[in-house]
Design a protein around this ligand. Structure first.
Ligand code: NAD
Length: 366
């Protein structure tokens, strides 16, 4: 069960996988007393220490866990580079069921493994984790972000992420329609979670017509009570709606062969990681269909920006100001894509690689 990818799991060995995308280091963590089985992947530390969340997920096989952590850690390198952060890319996965397997001891032991990397990897929250686990990890290492506000942390990053997605969406609207005004625009949001909820707020305030879906009706009802003008839709019909903008804020890989036949939007701009089921195939396919895709790792960087500010001494306004710059970066990337006639994800990748390569050429390495 791969969470964000529909890619087949390969049986390549670890060093071969590392060589393919230049991963620097992979640490396998096992602890019998606590049942901890984890993998930490550091992709690239040219720009700074590798920051990226820990995901807890009941991976069916070790190969799936390895594939996920390697792919996600590489994604963090690009996300932080594009956001202008002095951070590299890393990620961790813990193999286990987040509902039943969590113990204080497990996360303290995991914290010791993080600490053994001497600051080359800084962890944070991801799927299956909460601030409570960060508190337990913090008992063993200072290399953790996403702590609760009462501990001097930055708390839930989702509102900052949603603000960045909103900025990226507006930049995409300006590129596609000549104006970033979303008033009257029809926007479908898939996922009424933490990010989706905050995004609804921005869009309703601007006068957009919001269509919202989720697999949990109670989440939809709560948001409808707060924003009565929105329209609720069922999860499967979200791909068939006649909307201007589709905003995936639930799962990855929702832009695929099946949904591309159905989508009628002119923009895709959302928070979910890895929205393109297969980057090279579907990144090109959206372009050929005339849909402007705002790359997910470009516009959902608010969360990592928030974490980066936590490391420097948390300042919410400063985090929001830096997140606002996603608007200009998105305009720049979308223009580069149009000028070069290449898919938007590729233009974003190239911009990230340009920054990393220029810093690497100057001899920096964390
Ligand atoms: P969340 O878990 O709070 O919300 C996700 C929502 O999606 C849930 O309400 C869930 O019920 C719903 N969902 C699941 N499957 C669905 C389906 N098939 N159809 C419709 N809804 C479905 O997560 P979040 O924090 O709001 O994050 C949303 C997405 O953005 C995730 O993919 C996450 O990885 C990504 N992201 C989040 C942040 C952040 O700061 N929270 C940062 C970067 C990326």
């Amino acid at each position: 069960m791969a969470l964000t990818s529909s890619l087949p799991v390969t049986d390549e060995l670890v060093l071969a996988r590392m060589e393919k995308h230049d991963h620097e280091e992979v640490l396998f963590c096992f602890d019998r007393p606590t049942g901890l089985r984890a993998i930490i992947a550091i992709h690239d530390t040219t720009l700074g220490p590798a920051l990226g969340g820990t995901r807890m997920w009941p991976y069916a096989t070790e190969a799936e866990a390895l594939q996920d952590v390697m792919r996600l850690s590489r994604g963090m390198t690009y996300k932080s580079a594009l956001a202008g952060l002095d951070l590299g890319g890393g990620k961790a996965v813990i193999i286990g069921d987040a509902r039943t397997d969590k113990t204080e001891a497990m996360f303290r032991r995991f914290g010791q493994f993080v600490d053994s990397l001497n600051g080359r990897y800084i962890t944070a929250e991801d799927v299956g984790m909460s601030t409570m686990e960060m508190v337990n990890i913090r008992k063993e290492t200072t290399n953790v972000a996403g702590l609760p506000e009462e501990m001097g942390g930055s708390g839930d990053p989702s509102p900052v992420t949603a603000y960045g997605v909103y900025m990226g969406m507006k930049a995409a609207a300006r590129t596609a329609y000549g104006s970033d005004d979303l008033k009257g625009r029809k926007v479908s949001i898939q996922g009424a979670g933490n990010v989706g909820h905050a995004l609804v707020g921005h869009l309703v305030q601007e006068g957009a017509q919001v269509y919202l879906t989720d697999i949990h009706p109670e989440k939809l009802a709560a948001i409808k009570a707060e924003f009565p003008t929105i329209t609720l839709v069922d999860p499967e019909s979200v791909y068939d709606l006649d909307v201007d903008i589709y905003s995936p804020c639930a799962l990855g890989a929702t832009v695929n062969d099946d949904t591309l036949k159905r989508l009628k939007c002119s923009i895709i701009a959302g928070a979910a990681n890895n929205q393109l089921a297969r980057e090279e195939v579907h990144g090109k396919a959206v372009m050929e269909k005339g849909i402007l895709y705002a790359p997910d790792f470009l516009i959902n960087a608010g969360g990592i920006i928030n974490c980066a500010w936590e490391r420097k001494g948390y300042n919410r306004q400063a985090a929001l100001n830096q997140t606002k710059a996603i608007y200009d970066t998105t305009l720049r990337i979308l223009k580069a894509s149009a000028d070069k006639g290449i898919p938007t994800y590729l233009a974003a990748n190239q911009a990230a690689e340009e920054r990393i390569n220029s810093v690497r050429a100057a001899g920096f390495r964390y």
